[in-house]
Design a protein around this ligand. Sequence first.
Ligand code: IPM
Ligand code: MN
Length: 355
Amino acid sequence: MKIAIIGGDGTGPEVAAEGVKVLKSIAKIEGFADQLDLTELDWGGDRYLKTGEALPADGLDQLRQFDAILLGAVGHPDVAPGILERKLLLDLRFGLDQYINLRPVKLFPGVETPLKDKGPDDIDFVVVRENTEDLYCGAGGFMHKGTPNEVATQTAIYTRKGCERCIRYAFEYTQKRNNPKGKKLTLVAKTNVLTTGHDLWWRTFNEVAADYPDVEIDYNHVDACCMWIVKNPEFYDVIVTTNMFGDIITDLSGIIQGGMGVAAGGNINPEPGGVSMFEPMGGSAPKYTGTGKINPIATINAVSMMLEQLGQSAAAERVMSAIMYVTDTKMKSQSAGKMGYTTSEIGDLVLDALA
Ligand code: IPM
Ligand code: MN
């Protein structure tokens, strides 16, 4: 089990360290410590400022040698926005063909949600976001740049292959998740306005659905979905959506599950031999660097997702139970600086719970 650890920028390395601590501990408990092979890579903003490269030229090839990647955070205050995001996140997603962005939205016990009268039974769904196409392809251009007549285009690209593999993954995932409330997959798009690209998604969704007769299907326009996520999150089991809309609704969903201190995601290449990357959703929060104020639960949640993807389901569940025990019984809040403990103390609490 070869795992690359990219701490990244700001508070990323601190939370990644807590993830590593939990990973080492669960490997001992579940008896796979001898197989665990961790490599820390110092890629990120500091490296970019020193060398002009956020990652080495053969970075992608290096990563292909691993079974999975744990990423802390990307974003450095001295590097212009867009550079590190492209190099360290988007290029990896595209280069390793991590075509699924998986975002479980689960309110852990003891965690506060801004939604009135909603609890852990109501907030428990999963967003499957396409992760390689759409507006993220970088297709577009300028005409008359810098003049009053300037025109800029930014083109969304959707392919049959791209949407079909994502939609199929979502159906398989819904089947496997086997929600006791019913297996339901909701396509979220905007077919009333995006009448070509999202027509492709709509047709593909309905065609693929025929192969999964046990999964109930539903459709929401993205704007309506944003209302329902806030008003009736219990409507959802699994959502499948495009890259750009998925980016937006997963931040909305992140906040109803208690915020960036708990939310985690996986950039997944589900093909045999595919290398997937797991990350907390919180960002690098540079002003908190070295203060011990950032919640590592999101990173530990990412570790649980990584273990699941690596086929270590028992270990994944055990880490998940430990997280829920700690959020329920120990922590005052999930927000930075208000948790009642430091970053590494929370890592220790999870280790105690595991033991
Ligand atoms: C995310 C992030 C990235 C995205 C940014 C940092 C490029 O917001 O993982 O959701 O837009 O996908
Ligand atoms: Mn985002």
